[in-house]
Design a protein around this ligand. Structure first.
Ligand code: AMP
Ligand code: MG
Length: 353
């Protein structure tokens, strides 16, 4: 059972010069120091923060989210140097990645030195660390003076929150506070890259692309389970269904004609079909219960930004029982988008031959 509490709403003026001085940042930091849980925006999605050094705070995060205990958390730091407090060694490649992408949407896996509680690392020999780029996130972590574990601030399995209202939908009454800093920028989670062994590997595609990483450290592996689907992934979180709205999701890859055929087939079986398509395909398809526009194909970053809010909006209407999502090209940020869509779909993908 998760604890019941009154959730406080903390808003922040967007035109403040010194965020650390704002009441919201001070209050959020004080709650974190008391080992309570606070949701706040990062540049990827809203995170549910808790003091990473406190077992009590970590337990609160797992309970509020209903997160499986074997799924480790990312600890967020406000300075690069803090890595040396928790990692037992830092490879040259990890240094290069930190210099290139921190603060930013890249999580790096290091061998840990045992400082953080086992609940954070789920008993693994490694720890995931990130320095986020959002000024509010940085100000809160800095002011709290502790590393902040912060998985996405949603109920486990649901689409991640990209606005404070999404956090409220899932976690109202279960966490101490929500800091409302407006919509997040990237819209999908950080890229997770494992630098704990000699050969770096991407365990989860995200806000920093494989191409960007390879520009810095040369070729990287991509965890085979990301494409195979059946192997045990090295990133425990990747084995769970995730990001899913209530209605079943199927990803459709192919021509517009093929997409329309899938709508017709499903409708013929009595399904109420919702479609998730980019702006360019607006009003193109017939026989649909409802349509959601998600970004533009000419601007894949906009697809990433809109993705989770679009998925959540199907739950709000409740009109569809099947969502057909249009596939996007799997290059750059498209890799992260397709990874999340496949997870939301439980790997149901229909591709034109
Ligand atoms: P979330 O907090 O929901 O954004 O998920 C964090 C992701 O990082 C999950 O997929 C975790 O399984 C993964 N992760 C966290 N710590 C580790 C670690 N030490 N080794 C491998 N993957 C990790
Ligand atoms: Mg998550």
């Amino acid at each position: 059972m998760s604890e019941q509490m009154k959730t406080r709403y903390l808003s922040v003026d967007s035109d403040v010069d010194n965020l650390t001085e704002t009441g919201a940042v001070r209050t959020a930091a004080a709650l974190l120091k008391d080992n309570l849980t606070v949701a706040f925006p990062t540049e990827t999605v809203y995170g549910l923060g808790g003091n990473a050094e406190s077992r009590e705070a970590i337990e609160r995060i797992f309970r509020a989210k209903g997160r499986p205990a074997d799924n480790p958390l990312i600890a967020h730091v406000a300075r690069k140097d803090d890595v040396y407090r928790y990692a037992s060694s830092v490879s040259e490649q990890a240094e290069q990645l930190m210099d290139a992408f921190w603060p930013g949407p890249l999580t790096i896996i290091f061998p840990h030195n045992g400082t953080l509680p086992e609940a954070v690392t789920a008993g693994l020999s490694t720890v995931a660390l990130r320095m986020p780029g959002h000024p509010l996130a940085l100000a809160i972590i800095e002011e709290a003076g502790v590393p902040v574990a912060a998985p996405s601030a949603n109920t486990s399995g649901r689409p991640s929150p990209t606005a404070a209202v999404h956090v409220r939908e899932d976690l109202d009454g279960k966490i101490a506070a929500i800091v409302d800093g407006g919509a997040t920028g990237v819209g999908v989670e950080s890229t997770v890259v494992d630098c704990s062994s000699e050969k770096p590997a991407i365990l989860r595609p995200g806000g920093i692309t494989k191409e960007e990483i390879e520009n810095i450290i040369g070729s990287v592996e991509v965890d085979s389970a990301l494409s195979a689907g059946d192997e045990a992934p090295r990133s425990p979180g990747m084995k769970y269904t995730h990001y899913a709205p209530n209605a079943a999701v199927t990803v459709v890859s192919g021509s517009d004609r093929f997409f329309q055929e899938q709508i017709n087939n499903a409708a013929a079986q009595g399904r109420r079909v919702g479609v998730l398509v980019p702006e360019e395909k607006k009003d193109l398809f017939t026989g649909v219960e409802e349509e959601r526009i998600c970004g533009s194909v000419n601007d894949m970053a906009s697809v990433a930004r809109d993705l989770y809010a679009s998925l959540r909006s199907f739950d709000l209407s409740g009109r569809s029982d099947l969502i057909l999502a249009m596939a996007v090209p799997e290059t750059e940020i498209g890799q992260a988008i397709m990874n999340r869509l496949r997870k939301a779909a439980g790997n149901r993908v229909i591709a034109e031959k």
